[in-house]
Write a protein that binds this ligand. Structure first.
Ligand code: BTN
Length: 336
């Protein structure tokens, strides 16, 4: 794990201007106040205000008073909004925001290959080729959900990399809990369910070199504000968004920033104390123990009663013969 990378996000005045405008109790902030606080000319301030307006911010200007953020206009989702809210040491301090890309995992993988810092984050407003587990497609319409990938360099062996999917599930579940005020359930190994429907999924991809993990990309997709009617037919019965459950729009920048902070907290615990505390936490969200379960994996399926998970996170299934089988990978198609 690397330490804090100060200044990885190039200092740009826009986030500072947004912050000052948001923080102004009496609405307007004078051009002079902005100019002195940021150490740039009033003409430069004007140029940055124009840039903010072009990016979708409603900012009104009055010659005698200065600038004011129009609070009735929905704030755009962009790199400035996310970076303003970051409280992390290293996750997201190198932040790559895209309006529309193929897949945040694909871009993060490229960054990893090109030697990016640990904790580099890719985030997108929409994906055109969102990837799900087992070669599936992840529905990624623009403007509603969170699609993000984190690059990690944990210095572990490839067989332990799945531990990070449990960690990601714990972080995603805890963040969902913050926004819905109700703990979600995890379906083994890392689907996040609200009332039995999938609200978030995790896709881990890694690059290995001589039995060591070079880097891992943890991709997290969370259905935040997608409306029922917008769900693709195929997943209408099985997916859900936080909005569906609460009737409240989730601020995506706030959700992302909170997710990175919670993820970092658990990653630090993992780097210090290993997998056990992460798995213990994961068990608190797991509702499958004691229930019937069916898992399908390449060319085979296994059915029985779920006996929980072992110390490696493998699913324990008591089959008809009474024997307890360890399942290391697969897709839980019923129960679990
Ligand atoms: C699953 O099938 O449950 C995993 C879904 C993972 C989706 C996320 S969205 C952000 C990241 N980029 C991708 O292409 N996939 C992951």
């Amino acid at each position: 794990m690397q330490g804090k990378k100060k200044g990885v996000i190039p200092h740009k005045p826009e986030p500072e201007i947004i912050k000052m405008l948001k923080g102004s109790a009496h609405g307007f902030v004078s051009g002079q106040a902005l100019s002195s606080a940021l150490g740039i000319s009033r003409t430069a301030i004007w140029k940055h205000i124009k840039r903010l307006r072009d990016a979708g911010y409603g900012i009104s200007a009055q010659p005698s008073k200065g600038y004011r953020l129009d609070e009735t206009k929905k704030r755009p989702f962009n790199v400035w909004e996310v970076s303003l809210l970051l409280t992390t040491d290293f996750i997201g301090r190198s932040l790559h925001f895209y309006q529309s890309i193929s897949s945040t995992n694909a871009i993060a993988f490229e960054l990893g290959r090109n030697g990016c810092v640990e904790g580099a984050v890719v985030i997108a407003d929409g994906q055109t080729k969102g990837k799900g587990r087992l070669g599936r497609v992840w529905a990624s319409p623009r403007g509603v959900n969170l699609y993000t990938s984190i690059v990690l360099r944990p210095g572990i062996q490839p067989q332990n990399a799945t531990q990070l999917t449990f960690l990601a599930a714990v972080a995603a579940a805890e963040t969902v809990k913050v926004f819905t005020r109700k703990p979600p359930e995890v379906k083994w190994p890392n689907d996040i369910l609200i009332d039995g429907r999938k609200a978030a999924g995790i896709l881990l991809e890694m690059d290995t070199e001589s039995d060591r993990v070079n880097f891992v990309v943890v991709g997290i997709g969370v259905n935040l504000n997608m409306r029922r009617d917008d769900l693709p037919e195929l997943i209408k019965k099985t997916a859900v968004s936080l909005f569906d459950k609460t009737g409240v729009e989730v601020d995506r920048a706030e959700f992302g920033a909170r997710l990175y902070s919670i993820f970092e907290k658990w990653y630090k615990i993992y780097c210090k104390d290993g997998f056990p505390p992460v798995l213990d936490e994961w068990k608190g969200y797991f509702g499958g123990a004691g229930k019937p379960v069916k898992i399908s994996s390449v060319g085979a399926s296994i059915e029985g009663v779920c006996m929980g998970v072992d110390a490696d996170g493998a699913l324990l299934v008591r089959v008809a013969s009474g024997k307890v089988e360890r399942v290391l990978s697969g897709d839980v198609v019923a129960g679990g």
